[in-house]
Design a protein around this ligand. Structure first.
Ligand SMILES: Cc1cc2nc3c(=O)[nH]c(=O)nc-3n(C[C@H](O)[C@H](O)[C@H](O)COP(=O)(O)OP(=O)(O)OC[C@H]3O[C@@H](n4cnc5c(N)ncnc54)[C@H](O)[C@@H]3O)c2cc1C
Length: 512
């Protein structure tokens, strides 16, 4: 890319996708003659949900050299050690399970966990509930921050909860440091070049913005990739039924400040509960083919224990992905490239990965077909890999109480061959770690995640009606984790200390 005048890149959209992408590209392309402008329509609001992350978000802020305390305090953020799944299994023996983010201290528990699960698959009546094998579930249940004291030097993976609008705003404020220019303006038309590439964007005020490369972060509208270039959309609706979400915030409760997202299965979907310092974010994600909006709102309010008059905000979700997320001179990132329902909070992770993979490929090869094909193929695999893990939650439940859950369990033939083989391998008692390695899919979800899901659902060939007795090895492991927990601070107190240290006014806005 030897250019005399800087290449012009326009990022369309100022949601989390637009800002994360703009900063990732700016940092990756530092020192190159590439000018980045982010354009957003002030009157078209950001999506605003997306309150939970995976551990990858820590790498994003670390890489940008933005201190954790600074952005966390600005975005009402809290720590997340994993996700607790409530009422997903349908088995009385498995009312809930924890999907933990791993850390160094888990090695002992992890090895025992795999060994137990494989033995249990062959009929041994050993305890192998995921909650017993990973530190994160202990930390969360005790409401501890996953930040060990300095004298306890072990590496931790953890995610965050945050106000997504505030994250976008925070990154917007950082943009000048990275040389990204910010502009407001609503796109009303898109002009094509003779070869079919995008030539320019036409704004409401008649201004024409031309560029060499356009990054479409316009949300579900997919203004450039979907609407203008007519990219082919691959829906996931045949295996993921949820297409609607309603949200409602409740007050912070510092007595119930678990270090996790809680996902509770209801009659036609599931509800997230995400504790921030300013509010608790709640959302019911459901299938509009199985429940009306009115019924869903009633069930949601009852679940939260709030007044029947409490207002909910409704969002419709387009679930699936574009076949080619980089088409011609347009790369789509964020909701415009595709979306998998937020059960494992992967939205920001996908944005971060997509932007990083794209930024590197563009630097290496510009608009070459080979680099475009490479990026498209990697992103297709990533989407489908994550989708399979999400689909597995619905295919492995034994809930029979509503048509929604019965429909979800049916149609196993519609799931991907990869997932069919994984599930077959588990049911046949084969070594699942080997199958994951054979399929090379640990990059999307690790064996720990797959074993946690399948054992957490109680998916063993010979079901037992009572939980097996804890044995010596499990008791010792429990004791080890209990003692590890002594080295972690209370979650609320940790955040309070952070606030005082940085002289920020009270962050727990509405304490109950
Ligand atoms: C119900 C739900 C729950 C979610 N939960 C999570 C979660 O827990 N964790 C997670 O990581 N992700 C989650 N996500 C995903 C996450 O919200 C999105 O990935 C993230 O918000 C990125 O959105 P975006 O920036 O692509 O789009 P948006 O936020 O919709 O931004 C679109 C931008 O495009 C601009 N725009 C649109 N049209 C025009 C135009 N004509 N001219 C100029 N500008 C325009 C708008 O002004 C706006 O700035 C969730 C999503 C949903 C729907």
């Amino acid at each position: 890319m030897q250019q005399h005048k800087p290449q012009q890149v326009v990022v369309v959209g100022g949601g989390t996708a637009g800002w994360m992408t703009a900063l990732i590209c700016a940092k990756q392309w530092q020192g190159k003659a590439i000018a980045i402008t982010l354009l957003e329509a002030q009157e078209i609001p950001r999506n605003g949900v997306g309150e939970g992350s995976t551990p990858a978000l820590k790498r994003f802020f670390d890489w940008l050299e933005i201190p954790e305390a600074e952005w966390m305090l600005a975005c009402d953020a809290t720590f997340k050690a994993g996700i607790r799944f409530e009422s997903w299994s349908g088995l009385a023996t498995h009312p809930s399970y924890f999907h933990a983010f791993p850390n160094e201290l888990d090695r002992r528990g992890e090895a025992l966990f795999y060994q137990r699960c494989q033995a249990r698959l062959k009929g041994a009546q050993w305890g192998c509930h995921p909650d017993d094998f990973f530190l994160a579930s202990y930390l969360s249940d005790k409401q501890l921050a996953p930040k060990p004291e300095p004298h306890f030097p072990f590496l931790h993976s953890y995610g965050y909860h945050f106000d997504a609008n505030k994250v976008a705003h925070f990154l917007q404020q950082k943009a000048p440091l990275f040389g990204v220019v910010h502009r407001y303006g609503r796109i009303t038309a898109v002009e094509s070049a003779v070869n079919g590439d995008i030539a320019a964007l036409v704004l409401e005020n008649g201004e024409r913005m031309s560029a060499d490369l356009f990054i479409d972060c316009s949300g579900f509208r997919s203004l450039l990739l979907g609407q203008h270039l007519r990219g082919q959309f691959q829906s996931y609706q045949d295996v993921l039924f949820n297409d609607t979400a309603i949200t409602l915030a409740t007050d912070v409760d510092t007595q119930q400040f678990y270090t996790c997202t809680t996902s509770t299965a209801l009659s036609a979907g599931w509800v997230w509960r995400i504790p921030l310092t300013s509010r608790v974010g709640n959302g019911y994600v459901y299938s509009s083919s199985h429940i009306s909006d009115e019924q869903a709102a009633i069930e949601f309010r009852q679940h939260l224990g709030v007044s029947p008059e409490s207002e909910v905000r409704k969002l419709t979700m387009k679930v699936g992905r574009y076949e080619q997320q980089w088409l011609r001179n347009c790369m789509a990132i964020g909701l415009s490239q595709g979306f998998i329902e937020p059960l494992e909070a992967t939205g920001l992770f996908v944005i971060q990965q997509s932007a990083a993979i794209f930024a590197k490929a563009y630097l290496d090869g510009g608009l070459s077909d080979a680099h475009r094909d490479y990026v498209n193929s990697r992103l297709r695999d990533m989407f489908d890999g994550i989708k399979d893990y999400i689909v597995a939650h619905y295919k492995t439940t034994s809930r029979q109480d509503t048509q929604y859950w019965r429909d979800n369990q049916a149609g196993l033939e519609k799931v991907s061959p990869s997932l069919q083989q994984l599930l077959a391998s588990w049911y046949e008692g084969k070594d699942l770690q080997q199958e994951i390695a054979r399929q090379n899919i640990a990059q999307f979800y690790s064996p720990m995640s797959w074993y946690s899901l399948l054992s957490g659902m109680g998916l063993f060939p010979s079901q037992v009606t009572t939980a097996p007795e804890a044995d010596q090895a499990l008791l010792e492991l429990g004791d080890y984790y209990q003692r590890c927990c002594l080295n972690y601070a209370n979650h609320v107190q940790y955040l309070e200390k952070l606030r005082k240290h940085h002289a920020v006014p009270n962050i727990f806005a509405a304490i109950r």
